[in-house]
Ligand binder design. Sequence first.
Ligand SMILES: Nc1ncnc2c1ncn2[C@@H]1O[C@H](COP(=O)(O)OP(=O)(O)OP(=O)(O)O)[C@@H](O)[C@H]1O
Ligand SMILES: [Mg+2]
Length: 402
Amino acid sequence: MGFLDSFNMSSVTDALKGAGLGKLTGGGGSVVGIDIGTSAIKVVQLRNEDGAAVLETYGELSLGPYADIEIGRATALDVDKLAEALRDILREANVTTKACGVSIPFASSLITLLELPEVDTKTLKTMIPLEARKYIPVPLSEVQLDWFVVPEGDLKYLSKEQQEGEGQDSKPAAAQTAQAKEEEEPHGPSIHVLLVAIHNEVLRKFNTVLQGAGLSPSFYEIEIFSSIRASLGRGIAPIIILDIGAATSKLYVVEAGVVRATHVINRGSQDITLTFAKAANIAVTRAEELKRTHGLGGTDETGQLLERFALSSMEHIFAEAERSVAAYQRRYQTSIGQVILTGGGSTLQGLLPVAKKKFEREVMMANPFKKVATPAFLEDILEQAGPEFAVAVGLALRKLKE
Ligand SMILES: Nc1ncnc2c1ncn2[C@@H]1O[C@H](COP(=O)(O)OP(=O)(O)OP(=O)(O)O)[C@@H](O)[C@H]1O
Ligand SMILES: [Mg+2]
């Protein structure tokens, strides 16, 4: 179990419980959260000062140029290029610490909620790998497994519903890669276990990138848990986090701080840029620039064209998200009142009212820097940029609390 131990992945538990919302207790020093997205790397360095997180520096670097494509687009870079980009952003953002936490893309992970009979911990330890085999499409020797028993009480209603065994769309914590096989219903008291797996190859790749930038991460964390820590308040009501990235958008249903269901939408903010550039017959770089500076609400011909394509992409994402949420509500007879938007795509100017209308729920932008002490003069800028930095802030917060 070399990877698990050396990467300390086992403490995902902290995030799963929805911790990270309390007072910081860790020792002093600085820490940097590193979010290597497909289109950009985001870093946030925090310091623990008397139990409060203080912002030291932050920065973002577009990966497009490292792949010879335009900024704002998703890339698939090799480890050398990623290491080069990471070195560049660490230097440009004046990151001064080597203590770091790094996110693992949701797409490279597998998260499943299992219902198992209530047994003692020893039996559970032998039972989980056996169960895991049903969900994990590769040999278990090729992945790092981690699991966590969801606290009793949190999921009571879920057991009841699962026994009715309906619903197709939003499976509980359905992993996008796992084709969960039909389970025999357990008899007697049951427990729920959140199972998390990451392929060894993914961890190896990340480790090489980090080494290439002179770092050795204290932990890796699947981005979903970092987002939750950075975006959520203390409430236990079910909410949605919708992370609008470059090529895809990710939806997480979170209740009492625990992820219950996930869904990936194959649309992101780059779709706006690419479709708009083509229609307006302008360079992709120019289209990206116009998207970022003008957003929705343009009045001239180009602005209206931008708005048309921006709305088309975003409404597609919201509609698919809403269908997934509706399926979850039906299945678990619950009501989800709030949607929190994260990711660079959600910072499109004028998007919030569109989202509110589409969801007919309370919609808000994630404001992760609210959990951090920041200079007053930066407050507005950080509130605007916040959604993009949710994962990086969440990572740094976790490390500070350790
Ligand atoms: N001000 C802005 N207005 C509109 N869109 C923006 C703005 N800033 C960034 N974006 C878009 O956000 C997208 C990148 O978002 P983000 O950085 O969250 O993606 P990522 O983390 O690289 O992607 P993923 O999480 O899917 O790997 C890009 O497509 C970019 O064009
Ligand atoms: Mg991202």
